[in-house]
Design a protein around this ligand. Structure first.
Ligand SMILES: [Zn+2]
Length: 494
């Protein structure tokens, strides 16, 4: 008998086509039938819900979260069945336990003791935790550079470049979907374009991607786009621009110019895609944004503290309010926080993006959705960690009409699966893996706010991961059926 039959649903198949009525049968983890379902061991009545391929979070920092929170409830509740981790140049692999993996990974591995050194070892360790969702990995430039060169502020020697190339190449051979950079971060910011071109070529052998948190997302956004396109051209690799934005009020609207540059490149036949998160604030490790010798006051004034180990009572508050309450200068407050014990672990939220730019981004046909969520559940994380996907469906599709429902689902599923090399996923199609989400487009919406960010969304009832029910009528089942995916190949261990 069939494992699962799902009836009374409207199918959004992920291709961008309008919803249609059909039943779905699942057998051995895969979609067996899209049409008429027979009897099954488990019968699911969709009660008129829409069913779509499970959402793919193209921009996550969940490498370490698979150890700390293997159930990945904050993603599952949004209908996310796969994340792409290792973004912004920071990845769990490669790891060299003798070189402080927590530092090389940009904090991603803080507190994680698993003993792996390469992607296969990482996959093995995560599978031992029975992950709630699937994971695809990028290998990060900052991590590789930190392992090979430490924090050296210079170009690599030929031998160092060879060593880094070998580490990137090994990750590609083991199934990474690309090479990521974070060129505002330490130590990536000390690299020249040539170094990135050379390392990106390691992705060419498998046809994988170059993904980038660009060198500048504000005053020099357009120059940074040019650099990214040059890297793609010179290395002959698909470029994916992470969390596309124009940061800082003086730059709002400039993304129209950067999208025009991307459209021109697409017109010339270059392969380029992007992702965006649906919020006007960014978030990251606060220490990365400040030079303690010359603290940027304007930037400090738009910061809210997400988590702060030395001063827990600052969490959820704007720096400007704390400074005025304490009658101290805001730049002194920044210095006090960042130089306190464990102060470098402080995560901040900064309000730097224009609402209209988010809509402009979402209108672009090659724009995917990526949460950029930082999975630190202490304090008050940026609400994108819990809310990204339902927010796009509720606010930008239903309320604001920025894009249609089938198109939004396409950008969260088949476009992402095709770009990031997820085999037989991202569509509702016979023979494909049964990663599925049931939701009600009339009520789906995020509930996470800056004040109360750890709230699961509403309107998402059931989520199936590799043919197993992971969220059942809003309740987490803890089934742990996620897999470690390999670029354009079978999953790890298959
Ligand atoms: Zn980033």
């Amino acid at each position: 008998m069939t494992d699962i039959s799902i009836r009374n649903v409207k199918v959004l198949d992920g291709t961008g086509s309008p919803a249609f009525d059909a039943d779905i049968e699942i057998q051995d983890g895969r979609i067996k039938t899209v049409g008429t379902a027979g009897p099954a061991k488990l019968e699911i009545d969709g009660q008129g819900a829409h069913i779509a391929p499970g959402f793919i979070d193209t921009h996550s920092h969940d490498d370490g979260a698979f150890f700390r929170y293997p159930g990945m409830a904050f993603k599952l509740a949004q209908g996310v069945t796969t994340v792409v981790a290792g973004n912004c140049g920071f990845s769990a692999i490669p790891a060299d336990p003798s070189i402080d993996p927590a530092r090389a990974s940009g904090g991603i591995l803080a507190g994680v003791e698993a003993g792996f050194t390469d992607l296969n070892g990482y996959f093995e360790a995560v599978m031992g935790k029975q992950p709630g969702i699937n994971n695809m990995m990028l290998v990060g430039h900052n991590t590789v550079r930190a392992i090979v060169m430490g924090m050296a502020k210079r170009a690599p020697t030929q031998a160092e470049l060879q060593h880094m190339y070998g580490l990137v190449e090994q990750a590609m051979e083991q199934g990474a979907c690309g090479f990521s950079t974070g060129l505002i971060y330490t130590p990536g910011k000390w690299s020249q374009t040539e170094e990135i071109i050379t390392l990106a070529r390691a992705a060419k052998t498998t046809g994988a991607l170059y993904t980038t948190h660009m060198r500048n997302e504000g005053d020099r956004l357009l120059e940074a786009i040019d650099e990214s396109l040059t890297i793609g051209l010179e290395s002959d690799v698909h470029v994916h621009i992470s969390h596309h934005k124009s940061a800082g009020k003086q730059n709002w609207g400039k993304i129209k110019d950067s999208l025009a540059k991307i459209d021109a490149a697409l017109g010339r036949g270059q392969r380029v895609t992007l992702d965006v998160y649906p919020y006007t604030a960014g978030s990251g490790r606060m220490i990365e944004y400040f030079n303690l010798e010359n603290i940027n006051r304007d930037f400090a004034e738009v910061i809210r503290i997400a988590s702060c180990p030395p001063f827990r009572d600052y969490e959820g508050r704007m720096l400007i309010d704390i400074a005025s309450e304490q009658a101290v200068d805001i730049t002194d407050l920044v210095r006090t926080i960042l130089t306190a014990p464990k102060g470098e672990r402080t995560i901040c939220i900064h309000f730097i993006i224009d609402e209209e730019d988010i809509a402009t981004n979402l209108r672009h046909a090659d724009m995917m959705v990526g949460s950029d969520g930082i999975p630190d559940l202490r304090g008050r994380p940026h609400p994108r960690l819990f809310g990204t996907f339902p927010r796009v469906l509720g606010k930008y599709v239903r309320e604001d009409g920025v894009l249609s429902l089938p198109e939004a689902v396409r950008r969260m599923t088949s476009l992402s699966a095709q770009t990031f090399g997820l085999v037989e996923r991202g569509k509702i199609k016979e023979g494909y893996w049964a990663d599925l989400v049931l939701f009600d487009p009339d009520i789906v919406i995020d509930k996470a706010t800056y004040d109360d960010p750890k709230q699961e969304p509403i309107g998402i009832s059931t989520v199936i991961v590799n043919g197993q029910v992971a969220l059942n009528n809003g309740q987490h089942t803890g089934v742990g059926s996620g897999k470690m995916l390999r670029y354009r190949r079978t999953a790890y261990g298959e």
